[in-house]
Design a protein. Sequence first.
Length: 264
Amino acid sequence: MIVEAWAKSDVGKQRTVNEDCYYVNSDKRLILVLDGMGGHRAGEVAAHLAMETFVAFHEQYASDKNKTSEIFDNYDPNFTYNANLLRQATYTANRAVLEKSVTDEQFLGMGSTVIGMAIEDFTVSMINVGDSRMYLVRSGTIEQISKDHTLAEDQVERGIMNRDEARDSQLKHILSSVIGVDSRIRVHMDELTVFPGDTFVLCTDGLTAVMNEEEILEEVLSGQVGPETIDRIIEEVNRRGGPDNTTLAIVAFLADDPEKAESR
């Protein structure tokens, strides 16, 4: 199976600083999208520091699967080494951003979301913190794989609010877990088997605040998926006012023999 990945970040129409960033490694097996926050460029610092720390940790230990007792705060045997490594890289990034925040007054309170995936054979491992999202497009449908860490989503889980109420609530804008704000951090972790024809979309809320799932799906299914897909989506976000930075990555799994690929 062939893996293709593309990513792009855009400042939008109403911001002067881009506090988002992304990472796609050379073999397209690690993809990250981050959305910083904090103002006065602190969000930009938080996102890039989190990304750099995450990548350095992941690269150091990605090929050494005998380090489970040495590097992990806790290891979940229900998930692969790759998934646990993603989560531990997130913990490490959290500590780095938090340390800079509390030791440098100009960065106090800064933080970042992260959505990330690692690919090995036919398995995608993923993590997320905050409200940056991952979608899976498969057989003409779209499904959110990530979990929003917002007060609205927390209320839904507790049965206080239903999904429709959460969608219209101002609590959806308040994050309940974020990199760099607290030493305790909730990391959502998941894994799934991928098939030829699967497409993943990783994005910041600059996209999801403006376009809904069905609109994103329509763009992904409109023609051959590739960098032009990202350009179209960002152009549409900006046409609608571009209120925030928008960053997205698209990862496509293609059959070695295109005739064997399942319908997207």
